[in-house]
Design a protein around this ligand. Structure first.
Ligand code: MF3
Ligand code: CO
Ligand code: CO
Length: 294
């Protein structure tokens, strides 16, 4: 990938990732060495940029993930157990020739994460029954032909109350605003800043312990994408990067605790938490979602 593809302004951070201003670094020098971003980003950050074939394959996995989420949404109603969602995700993934990435990942026992109400993430499907007024996040990550796509949505069960509406609306908007900050020349910090700014202005809080991540060749790759941060800080985004944004937003305080099962993360104050996640590709002009919804 040639640096000339970047559209950094003179005073923007240099696309080479040096942290210097573009004009103080590579501006005008691009033709001299045809800097290989793929090598540079791997050496400097362990970030594996994706090529056209990789992207097409991740997109296929992404389409499967979205189809699965649609089928899950259609089954959600008061009275079902969260394990029934696991059964459906497992069946649909296998039927498509895929594998569920969560199953046996670092000892995780199920094929999908199902997180109800105060559960922030990594809820393990089981006997818990969904009740009218609950919110439930379903996070699916199929592996198809060796490629990973990762996305999640939070659904209403029956009729939502005011708190449920609020946290779901705010977390969906957080993802949208994070995505809007994805373009070459912007930084990882710009994404986190956009999310944190909005969430906190709404009186909500941003979970710190879990972050977005590079994805595609593996479940969790470099870089980490915090959902909080400062403008102009962190890695400079370049075309070919594929990563998730997946803000976990709490109605109350940001602190969490992990239950004795070593996975289930819940809000320390018992408040509702919601999340939406997409897998995004940085393009020369901005971004493209490989798991597009909304
Ligand atoms: N899908 C989650 C994410 O968005 C990770 C779940 S790890 C698991 O990164 F082991 F709980 F599945
Ligand atoms: Co993820
Ligand atoms: Co996920």
């Amino acid at each position: 990938m040639n640096m000339k593809l970047q559209r950094a302004g003179r005073n923007d951070p240099c696309p080479c990732g040096s942290g210097l201003k573009y004009k103080k670094c590579c501006l005008g020098k691009e033709t001299a060495g045809r800097v290989d971003l793929k090598q540079l980003y791997f050496k400097k950050y362990q970030i594996r940029l994706k090529g056209p074939e990789d992207i097409a394959a991740i997109q296929k996995a992404g389409r499967l993930a979205l189809d699965i989420l649609d089928r899950v949404e259609a089954m959600i109603r008061p009275g079902i157990a969260t394990d029934e969602i696991n059964t459906l995700v497992d069946a649909l993934t296998s039927a498509a020739g895929g594998v569920s990435a969560p199953l046996n990942y670092r000892g995780y026992p199920k094929s999908v994460c199902v997180s109800v109400n105060e559960v922030i993430c990594h809820g393990i499907p089981g006997a818990r029954v969904l009740n009218d007024g609950d919110i439930v996040n379903v996070d699916v990550t199929p592996i198809l032909n060796g490629y990973y796509a990762d996305c999640n949505k939070t659904f209403f069960v029956g009729t939502p109350g005011a708190d449920a509406r609020k946290i779901v609306t705010v977390s969906r908007e957080c993802l949208r605003l994070g995505m809007a900050a994805v373009r070459p020349g912007n930084t990882v910090g710009d994404i986190g800043w956009a999310i944190q700014q909005y969430a906190e202005n709404q009186g909500c809080s941003v979970v710190r312990e879990f972050v977005g991540h590079g994805v595609g060749f593996d479940f969790h790759e470099a870089p980490q994408i915090p959902h909080y941060g400062r403008k102009r800080q962190g890695v400079v985004l370049v075309p070919g990067m594929v990563f998730t944004i997946e803000p976990m937003i709490n109605l109350g305080r940001k602190e969490l605790r992990v239950l004795g099962d070593q996975w289930t993360a819940v809000t320390a104050d018992g408040s509702l938490s919601a999340q939406f996640e997409q897998t995004l590709l940085v393009t020369p002009s901005g971004f493209e979602s490989l798991t597009p919804f909304d």
